[in-house]
Design a protein around this ligand. Sequence first.
Ligand code: CP
Length: 328
Amino acid sequence: MRTGQQIKTVAPKPTEIWRHRHILDIDDFSREEIEFVFQTTRAMKEVLSRPIKRVPALRGKTLITLFYEPSTRTRLSFELAAKNLGADAASLSAPASSVAKGESLVDTLSTLQALGADIVVMRHPQSGAPYIATKYMEASMVNAGDGWHAHPTQALLDIYTIQEHKGDLKGLKVVIVGDIMHSRVARSNIWGLTTMGVEVTLCCPPTLLPTGLGGEHSQLPPVKIEHDIERALDGADAVMALRLQLERQQSGLLPTIREYIQLYQLNQTRLARAKPDALVLHPGPVNEGVEIASAVAHGPQSVINEQVTNGVAVRMALLYILAGSPKQ
Ligand code: CP
């Protein structure tokens, strides 16, 4: 193999740690599996640092992205990740496909299977849709966001970005502030961060807090809840602002956007309550001037663009691991 074509990885073989044929959420990922993804991501970052950012690890494999909702970061980074690994990548935007003529999800997936898909990356507005999809196809399914439920690859790139700056994650304080109820990113981050030993604090108006938190029937791992943003940010190592998902808001959850900004916007004064080297994250897309002040989004503590860059390497790592998975 010529120079520039190999992945310099000392990562263990997938079979030794990895148990997944699909990536549906990270609620069932072990700490060792997350570390394995990060170790493989570091190898992918080395590939991306080369003049020719390509390896043939997935040559002969076909990846199809199937998006029922808009996306910039997730869709493009999966397509770039697949191409960087030598796979054939094709994309389908559901609104511009035969879905618009009434084709069902199951028939669409059967069609992708018949076209030779090895991996399907799907975003769907219904929570649970990727789980149903796995019953109707042989290909590996990667959940690129399902309703309010999960966005596992986003959480992995978020946590990877924090680890890159902070090293050991255990004992760090990470605050997630914003529209948590409607956020699949928040749910997947809560699972991933707590698995890695992070202390997670949620901060939002009571009306934007998910139901099912706390108690023996909790649907999420234990987290702290602090509705006062100044108190929430005290001593934080990282803060993740979430987009106010106006398209998912029901009436009555917020008095006005102006009041939300007054009480919950991540601005410079509030950020000063966190540690001086605290990271500022946002999964994007950002409503600048609503959930986050422009000066903070573009300030020295912001790693928002690094999150996007890391998204390609993390997704390369996941595709590489999935392709090597013995259950494929
Ligand atoms: N964070 C995220 O999922 O962004 P996109 O909607 O642009 O993919």
